[in-house]
Design a protein around this ligand. Structure first.
Ligand code: ADP
Length: 406
């Protein structure tokens, strides 16, 4: 072979060897970086350390997975994992129990096959699109299970469905509503009679003048006022239990909330005048209609307006604002009255809750049921109700209802 050819071959071999050495160094440096080994450490040892570390991580992951599975299996709530095609990829024992399925038999089924309820499919779809959704499925009769389904999008692209058995809770709620309904019915007739008698007695006592001692006339007057409150409480209790047990709303019409606001104000005009309170309405010029029961929505307006006037000072004013906001019609009723302490704001929508009897001018106050009734009606219409208030400065009660088109 030519000597110049031998020289070129030698040079190429040298270049390849140099590249290999540089690559080797780079690999060793990378291993050192990953393992945190010092420059002086043996690369073989570093690789072994790296492998040990990987084994440890794999062991930790397996232990975590096992804990996670044990935890899921011991939950009394049903947990189902679905993929983006609404197919079940995992489900715990409680979920199988709730749906009366053999252990493991839910895997691979679609949501509709598992639940046989289109509503659950729509809850799952909403969660996949919007992040979360909630709903209740099943019939209310005692033989059927009633499930609360909460759905949440998972980071893996599917969603979790959390199932809670609310059959017993709903059964007890129904018993309570029926009990209150029966009791109020039984009480209403005799109480109305007592109230009418007390009213007549007051009139007769006034007509009799000084022949009846002042103290006695005073007592008769108090009996009349208190029986009046009892009659009001019983009829509100009846209202509440009917609204609660009714489930969904009755007559559904297209409603103009601006018009209902004006009519409600007229209904309360006399009461407001007596209290020296001015009422006014501000309405958005082109309000879309909402779907609902006119009488019930009117009752919400009256309950909120009645409170606003009752808790306003003499000379105060109450404003009703009806406007549109993101596919909803929002009504706000603002007063500049006593306001509600922050701690009480979360509780005032509970039945019978009253902040403080002493705060109302000139009367012993209401029943504590008006806001509970309002909340039920609004929620039955698919809306929400809330309060913003500063103690001593006033309160604004608002409710939002979806527009008929939206
Ligand atoms: P009530 O018949 O006692 O008015 P509600 O359920 O309507 O019952 O109201 C519950 C409680 O919430 C009231 O007793 C009162 O303490 C408080 N509240 C309601 N509306 C107002 C308001 N506009 N300003 C101040 N407090 C209010």
């Amino acid at each position: 072979m030519e000597p110049w050819l031998v020289a070129i071959g030698g040079l190429v071999a040298l270049a390849i060897a140099l590249v290999a050495v540089r690559r080797g160094r780079r690999t060793v440096t990378r291993i050192r970086t990953v393992t945190g080994a010092s420059a002086a450490a043996d690369p073989v040892l570093a690789v072994t350390a790296l492998r040990d570390q990987a084994d440890r991580i794999a062991g930790d992951l397996a232990a975590d997975r096992h804990d996670h599975d044990v935890l899921l299996e011991s939950l009394t709530q049903g947990v189902i994992t679905i993929d983006r095609d609404l197919r079940i990829v995992a489900a715990n024992a409680a979920a199988h129990g709730f749906l009366d399925r053999q252990p493991g038999s839910l895997i691979g089924r679609t949501v509709i096959e598992a639940f046989l309820e289109a509503q659950v499919e729509s809850i799952a779809r909403t969660a996949l699109e919007q992040g979360s959704a909630v709903g209740e499925v099943g019939r209310t009769d005692p033989a059927t299970r009633r499930l609360l389904v909460r759905a949440r999008r998972s980071s893996a692209g599917g969603a979790w469905l959390i199932l809670e058995d609310v059959s017993e809770l709903r059964r007890l709620q129904q018993i309570r509503a029926e009990f209150i309904d029966n009791l109020s019915h039984e009480l209403r007739t005799p109480l109305t009679t007592v109230s009418l008698l007390a009213e007549t007695l007051t009139r007769e006592a006034e007509a009799a003048g000084d022949t009846i001692p002042l103290k006695m006339r005073d007592r008769i007057g108090k009996i009349e006022v208190e029986t009046g409150h009892l009659v009001q409480m019983v009829s509100e209790l009846l209202d509440l239990s009917r609204i609660e047990s009714g489930g969904s709303i009755g007559t559904v019409d297209l409603l103009d909330l601006g018009q209902i606001a004006n009519e409600s104000i007229e209904r309360l005009r006399l009461f407001a005048d007596r209290q020296g309170v001015t009422l006014r309405v501000e309405r958005h010029p082109s309000l879309p209609p909402v779907q609902g029961d006119e009488e019930r929505i009117g009752q919400v307006f009256v309950n909120l307006l009645h409170n606003a006037v009752k808790f306003s000072p003499d000379g105060g004013d109450v404003t009703v604002i009806v406007r549109t906001d993101a596919g909803r019609v929002v009504t706000s009723i603002a007063d500049h009255g006593v306001g509600i302490p922050r701690a009480a704001q979360a509780r005032i929508f509970e039945r019978f809750y009253k902040v403080d009897r002493a705060r109302v001018r000139g009367e012993t106050g209401g029943t504590g049921l008006g806001l509970a009734i309002a909340r039920h009606i609004i929620e039955q219409h698919g809306g929400t109700i809330w309060v913003e208030s500063t103690e001593g400065a006033g309160s604004t009660f608002s409710f939002a209802l979806p527009t008929a088109s939206g």
